[in-house]
Design a protein. Structure first.
Ligand code: PBG
Length: 326
């Protein structure tokens, strides 16, 4: 039988291709991760993530301004904390004079229309390099929750718009939400790292913060990369506990997880295109093995096509610079 359907007709010209394009990336859907260090006039490149830096606040303000001028207005900040400020309990995370909290305040004063997201977990502040409190070699859920709640309240009081619990302790979203609400912080949103996998792709991030675990790995709290249905259990819990966004992390090796959460939940789905995923492309592009801009747009499009409404990505600024409304 003659086939009347010729899909190539709708690929014939650039204009038609654009007209029937199903997925569109927007600068406004991106959140750009930035690493903060204490001090002044500092901008140190992360060796395993070229073109990404540990910024002191003065330098970071300039960087944020240049992003804002490109229409990129959402940022997630991570602190690189000096070893001598780290302890078993991560107490510096909510200390009065914490440079990260001060920076959030200053950034929101300078750029009230920016959206500032934080990270809630012990690892940048922990002498053990774990997301929770370590006792006798085990990460203890119950000892960790009150610390996460203190961190959350301090970050909300500093003016953060979105809090990002990345620690994977059980029950932390509800615990944090209750603590926030009891401190009149009802307005601050929670983007839960819902399906966060025990991934090898976090390497450059841990280099940036010098936050790798001192012993063992994170497999007793981060998810097994082989599991999909378990992500639905995590998502149902975070949803019930009041999360405003559900996040999948990493993104590229977990597109099926993004898709399944999008199909099953009616709140925004976010995906974290993590440091190792960015580093792979940056390294290949440096060798001339891949076209950076084209491969970047294709990667980001796949994450959005899979179902991510919001994308956290080290590519955000370079995407914004392309100036395409793709
Ligand atoms: C900390 C945290 C990590 C990342 C975000 N928050 C690292 C980890 O869990 O070890 C990774 C982000 C990236 O690789 O870009 N809890």
């Amino acid at each position: 039988m003659f086939n009347f359907r010729h899909p190539r007709r709708l690929r014939a010209t650039e204009t038609i291709r654009q007209q029937v394009q199903e997925t569109h990336l927007r600068v406004s859907q991106f959140i750009y991760p930035l690493f903060l260090v204490d001090g002044k006039n500092t901008q140190i490149e992360v060796a395993s993530l070229p073109n990404n830096y540990r910024w002191s606040l003065d330098k970071m303000l300039i960087e944020i301004e240049s992003c804002m001028n490109l229409g990129l207005k959402s940022f997630v900040l991570f602190p690189a904390v000096a070893e001598e400020l780290k302890d078993k309990w991560g107490t510096y995370s909510y200390a009065e004079d914490n440079f990260y909290l001060k920076a959030i305040r200053t950034i929101k004063e300078c750029f009230p229309e920016s959206c500032i997201m934080t990270d809630i977990a012990l690892d940048p502040y922990s002498s053990d390099g774990h997301d929770g409190v370590v006792e006798h070699g085990k990460i203890v859920n119950e000892l960790t929750l009150p610390i996460l709640a203190k961190m959350a309240v301090a970050q909300a009081q500093a003016g953060a718009d979105i809090l990002g619990p990345s620690d994977m302790m059980d029950g932390r979203v509800g615990y944090i939400r209750a603590a926030l609400d009891s401190q009149q912080q009802q307005q601050v949103a929670i983007m839960s790292y819902t399906a966060k996998y025990a991934s090898a792709f976090y390497g450059p991030f841990r280099d940036a913060l010098n936050s790798a675990p001192k012993m063992g790995d994170k497999k007793t709290y981060q998810m097994n990369p082989a599991n999909k249905r378990e992500a639905l259990i995590e998502a149902a819990l975070d949803y019930q506990e009041g999360a405003d966004y559900l996040m999948v992390k990493p993104a590229l090796a977990y597109l099926d997880i993004i898709h399944i959460l999008k199909e099953n939940f009616d709140i925004p789905i976010a995906a974290y295109n993590v440091s190792g995923e960015a580093a792979m492309l940056i390294a290949a592009a440096q060798r001339g093995w891949l076209n950076y801009d084209k491969a970047m747009v294709e990667m980001l499009t796949s994450i959005h096509r899979a179902g991510a409404d919001v994308i956290l990505s080290y590519f955000a600024k370079d995407f914004a610079k392309l100036g395409i409304s793709y």
